[in-house]
Write a new protein. Structure first.
Length: 134
């Protein structure tokens, strides 16, 4: 006999997280960036790689400290000015604003990846047949 499912089981929780498809999509979107952000992005990623560690990283604080983020941005701008000759003039404010936006976006992306992985583990555990939440 046909048994009616409760409403919460009619649409099961999405437990599949395709990391490869997301990475491919991200790389494609980065390839569409204009020339200037494309040149600054490696410096932003390098700084984020340096600051991405477990146990007390500024990047994973619930409310990241504005001063620490500005210090990270200053390091990025200094590295860009050392390596890229086109930023030697008076375009420093534009460089700083662009680097700051790219930095915040990269931090947001990296924080989101960690949260998705955590949620996937929780949902995968909850959706196992025979496992009780009580």
């Amino acid at each position: 006999m046909y048994q009616k499912l409760p409403y919460y089981m009619a649409y099961p929780i999405q437990t599949e997280y395709d990391e490869r498809a997301e990475r491919t999509d991200l790389e494609y979107m980065k390839s569409l960036y204009p020339d200037l952000p494309k040149r600054i992005l490696p410096y932003v990623e390098e700084e984020c790689d340096r600051m991405e560690y477990t146990g007390g990283s500024v990047m994973f604080d619930v409310y990241p400290d504005k001063l620490q983020l500005r210090i990270m941005c200053n390091r990025i701008c200094e590295n860009v000015k050392k390596q890229e000759k086109m930023f030697a003039g008076g375009e420093e404010r534009m460089l700083r604003n662009l680097a700051e936006v790219l930095l915040y976006q990269e931090i947001y992306r990296r924080r989101g990846g960690e949260q998705r992985k955590r949620k996937q583990k929780i949902y995968s555990y909850c959706s196992l047949p025979g496992k009780s939440m009580i």
